[in-house]
Design a protein. Structure first.
Length: 225
């Protein structure tokens, strides 16, 4: 069985588009796919909407993306998932998302992201993203919105840490420390939002806000993982 973990905090506006894309990707897989949405401190209809898609829904009050991912992954591992896919509730995956991860035959897969709608930002923000981003195979970006890992490797690495930011980076670092094989692939790309209001501190939205206030430059110490 394949598992898909989606943490969500007040994502009622975007969760339908996310789950529509994930279900389309699941339909391409020749084995069962179980999707879990971890509704973390949600005050809106996120959990109810996820249930209409037939997803497993786990409601928590941690307000911590690392904890939400860990809870969802533990849920899927407990159900017997052999491969674990991660994305975010404000993202849309392509139809070949799961099958392409499996075809890599690696312990983990780190994919890329893209943005289709930059309307909330001035032009220099999109330009900064395009100039900084390694849009190629062999990149070294790490995104919770486009990540896959075998259940065995995930357990050996100790799983997601309960961090409010960079839990995805810490997991990949732990995988590499365990000598896991990691595929750094350009495709399939996941489309994510460029919204201004961040759900997680120091995440993608925060990176974009930093570009806004610095005129597109990259401040010392700042990096888009």
């Amino acid at each position: 069985m394949i598992g898909v973990c989606i943490p969500a905090h007040d994502e009622a506006a975007l969760i339908d588009a996310c789950l529509d894309s994930v279900c389309a990707a699941a339909a391409q897989v020749q084995e069962p796919v179980r999707i879990v949405v971890v509704a973390d401190a949600c005050r809106d209809a996120t959990a109810a909407l996820a249930r209409t898609w037939g997803c497993d829904v786990v409601e928590i009050g941690a307000r911590c993306v690392g904890t939400a991912r860990a809870v969802g992954m533990d849920h899927l591992v407990g159900l017997g998932a052999r491969w674990l896919c991660c994305t975010d509730a404000d993202s849309r995956v392509p139809p070949q998302w799961i099958t392409a991860q499996l075809a890599c035959a690696s312990d983990a897969v780190c994919g890329t992201i893209g943005v289709e709608d930059w309307h909330e930002h001035p032009l220099h923000v999109a330009q900064a993203f395009a100039s900084h981003y390694q849009d190629r195979n062999g990149h070294r970006h790490i995104h919770g919105a486009n990540l896959g890992v075998s259940s065995a490797a995930y357990r050996r690495a100790g799983g997601f840490a309960p961090l409010v930011a960079h839990e995805d980076v810490r997991l990949v670092e732990a995988l590499l420390a365990q000598q896991a094989t990691v595929a750094w692939v350009r495709d399939p790309r996941v489309i994510t939002s460029a919204r201004c209001i961040a759900r997680a501190p120091e995440g993608f939205a925060a990176w974009l806000q930093a570009r806004w206030h610095t005129g597109g430059g990259v401040p010392a110490g700042a990096a888009l993982t």
